[in-house]
Ligand binder design. Structure first.
Ligand code: GLC
Length: 731
């Protein structure tokens, strides 16, 4: 029995086992100045050059020589304590200035112990879980020599056609901000110089998720208001949490590509937000300024990127190739180079690399796939699974009744890891089928029913139907394999791939109690299946412990508590569809001449914040501490939450506000808070939220934060629809 209570203990355990770190080196700036004064221009540009190692973690033949010559400052992908120490020894013993080398890697949702994909972890609405998984990932990655991760990805995503929606925390800036800060804390720990601290990287700066038509890498056209209200907040939260680096994105933003955009990279990040961290470009994004049509050639691209505010060029080599002559011709002044190098040296010093450049090779074996890590992965995966429907109490399943598991993904060891799996390996995965077999004494049979692309043949369907006929309950595992979402994996349709829907209907027609388990990287349009299937569980990609976590939930050891971090559409034509939309002058209604479609309701299949439990919760007794407030005061909102069912469970109670009339129209709802409440059967608790200036303010017409007098509506609810409603006036 996995105790859900494990989380706080695990977090405490990991934090206390964090190795003692060094205080930030004294006289940091003086040391940087002294070092900078000794560096040649070529060595300076070496610190700004990052190249990739092989996917298997090995370095490339040219890397040792470049490190010795001081023309390479960091790599991505190179990993393994022994291997990274090999290269570090070259930097520390053979190079002229002995500047430590920095190893980066995409540790997105785990290093070797793989946690649910970020969209799944976001479904937990649990910042402790997010912090814990990042802390564990940092412990494993740092033991392998990696001290910089390209995570958290904090891109707001309002378009599920965009494959990278799977890598983020969904559509809401508040939830996204809470989780971004939690993950930065987890990766970086309390002291960035500690050997198990990993520099985090908020990416992809900025509005990469606003790609037109959901097509990855496509142009974005976003008003400054929407940038500041929707896309900036998770980055601000990450930086406020101390995030050491930011990654500039691929996309063209309003005509100026983000990796050559001085407004976003310098004016906002550095001048307005006063942030002194390192900006690394995305992979060849500097060179891509040429196809974007911003730069005419490599020299222009290098100058645009450096002068806009990119410090480290990932993989392309234009800054190293062209900046020396641009400096010689007086087109780029060397102090601009110095500023970028200063930031890189500061990062390496804050990481403690000058004092402790090498990785303790004895840690790796004990850290990788440690039992506590796998336990945490199982607990967090269970918290990430969203119970979308459970008509007639089909779930939880009885452990005495035989189960037929249908679907190729059920026995696929790679799919549950999702995309960006770090050093994760399919041989570590507890497949869904294995987990279900280990979770019950009853017979568990399996038939693929369709291949990983969802293609059904008469024989495969016949076999699946026969296996299902022999069982008392049927668990259908359907969805997308892991390569149907993630980078460069946008889809124009959100339907279940292939013929899965037809096969699912045939299986349902057998009349057995049937559960639809969805493993996918984005909301899918299920059509009438959404109403035909009595039980639907969204598991996203749950990670290494997928099968154990699914069994815990299906057989009831874990009562699901997750909530959708994204709106779930009825069909792709509704996109973009998100809960915090404006009301329009003709809000959707029965009257013809209102804002709606002829062929589909304007409402989602399931709303942002939706998720069921095996028990039921009832909210009551909404109270406001006052009917009026001014912007300097705080208003307290309380409500009672009762567990009216027969099982203990957690409810995530959500607070939403609406500013009814303001000088700029405001969304019909905005998430302003949430609380997880654990209740035994019959137990009742009070949830309390504070409303103050932070919750009330918005950007006025000159984009300055303001609180305006007037009526506000407030909801305390179980999703972004319905809930207990009240109102108050700001005077
Ligand atoms: C990729 C991704 C980025 C990743 C980088 C390094 O193209 O856009 O998220 O961190 O390259 O792998």
């Amino acid at each position: 029995m996995i105790s859900l209570r494990a989380l706080p203990l695990l977090l405490l355990l990991l934090v206390t086992t964090a190795l003692p770190g060094l205080a930030a080196p004294p006289d940091l700036e003086a040391r940087i100045d002294a070092l900078l004064g000794k560096m040649t221009l070529e060595e300076k540009l070496g610190q700004l050059q990052q190249l990739d190692g092989d996917a298997d973690g090995t370095y490339r033949a040219e890397h040792p020589g470049m490190i010795q010559a001081g023309t390479l400052g960091s790599t991505l992908n190179v990993r393994g304590a022994r291997r990274t120490n090999e290269l570090q020894r070259i930097a520390m013993e053979k190079s002229r200035l002995k500047i430590p080398f920095l190893f980066a890697f995409d540790v997105i949702h785990g290093y070797r112990t793989i946690f649910p994909v970020p969209l799944g972890e976001a479904s937990s609405w649990d910042p402790r879980a997010a912090e814990l998984s990042a802390r564990i990932a940092a412990c494993e990655a740092s033991a392998a020599g990696v001290r910089w991760t390209f995570a958290p990805m904090v891109d707001i995503a309002r378009d599920p056609r965009w494959g990278r929606i799977v890598e983020g925390a969904g559509e809401d800036p508040y939830l996204g901000s809470v989780l971004a800060a939690a993950r930065v804390r987890g990766f970086q720990g309390k002291d960035l110089s500690a050997p198990d601290a990993v520099a985090a990287c908020a990416k992809h700066w900025v509005a990469y998720g606003a790609a037109m038509a959901g097509r990855d890498y496509n142009s974005t056209d976003v008003s400054e208001r929407t940038l500041r209200e929707i896309y900036f907040p998770p980055f601000q939260a990450a930086l406020r949490a101390g995030c050491a680096t930011v990654m500039s994105a691929f996309n063209d933003l309003n005509g100026v590509p983000t990796s050559g955009n001085p407004w976003t990279l310098t004016d906002v990040l550095r001048r307005e937000w006063k942030w002194d961290g390192v900006v690394v470009s995305d992979y060849t994004a500097v060179a891509e300024l040429i196809p974007h049509g911003l730069a005419a050639d490599g020299a222009e691209a290098a100058a645009y990127a450096l002068l806009a505010g990119v410090d480290v060029e990932m993989v392309s080599r234009l800054m190293a190739a062209h900046i020396p002559k641009l400096v010689k011709w007086g087109l780029v002044n060397e102090p601009a180079v110095d500023e970028a190098v200063r930031r890189v040296l500061r990062l390496k010093m804050r990481l403690g690399l000058f004092e402790r450049p090498y990785t303790d090779e004895s840690r790796e074996a004990s850290m990788i796939l440690a039992k506590d890590h796998l336990t945490a992965a199982r607990v967090i995966a269970g918290r990430s699974m969203v119970l979308l429907r459970n008509e007639g109490g089909v779930l939880p399943l009885s452990p005495e009744r035989s189960v037929a598991v249908i679907g190729a993904l059920a026995d696929d060891p790679k799919a549950p890891l999702g995309s960006w799996i770090g050093d994760g390996r399919s041989e570590d995965t507890v497949t869904l089928l294995r987990g279900l077999r280990e979770g019950t004494t009853a017979r568990v049979t399996h038939a693929a029913g369709w291949d990983r692309e969802g293609q059904v043949t008469p024989a495969s369907l016949a076999q699946a139907l026969e296996v299902a006929r022999q069982a008392e309950t049927v668990v259908i595992v359907a969805g997308e394999h892991q390569d149907m979402s993630g980078e460069a994996s946008s889809r124009s349709s959100l339907d279940l791939p292939g013929d899965q829907a037809r096969a699912i209907r045939s299986l349902k027609a057998l009349g057995r109690p049937t559960v639809l388990v969805l493993m996918n990287g984005r909301p899918l349009t299920l059509g009438s299946l959404a109403d035909e299937m009595p039980a639907i569980l969204e598991i996203w990609y749950p990670g290494t412990e997928a099968g154990h976590a699914l069994a815990d939930v299906l057989f009831g050891q874990v009562n699901p508590s997750a909530k959708l971090p994204v709106t779930w559409p009825r069909n792709v034509g509704q996109i973009p569809l998100f809960y915090n939309q404006r009301n329009t002058g003709r809000p959707p209604g029965a009257e013809k001449y209102t804002s709606k479609y002829l062929d589909v309701p304007v409402t989602p299949q399931w709303p942002f914040g939706h998720g069921l439990s095996y028990t039921t919760f009832v909210l009551s007794d909404l109270r406001l501490s006052s009917a009026t407030m001014d912007e300097s005061e705080t208003l307290t909102v309380t409500a009672r939450v009762r567990n009216t069912g027969k099982r203990a469970g957690d409810e995530i109670v959500q607070l939403y506000l609406r500013d009814v009339a303001a000088s700029v129209t405001r969304p019909v709802r905005e998430l302003k808070g949430f609380q997880r409440v654990s209740l035994k059967p019959g137990e009742e608790k009070t949830v309390r939220f504070e409303i103050g200036r932070e919750q009330l303010q918005f950007l006025d017409r000159s984009l300055k934060p303001v609180v305006e007098p007037g009526q506000f509506r407030v909801w305390v609810g179980q999703s972004s629809e319905g809930g207990l409603e009240g109102s108050f006036v700001v005077d």
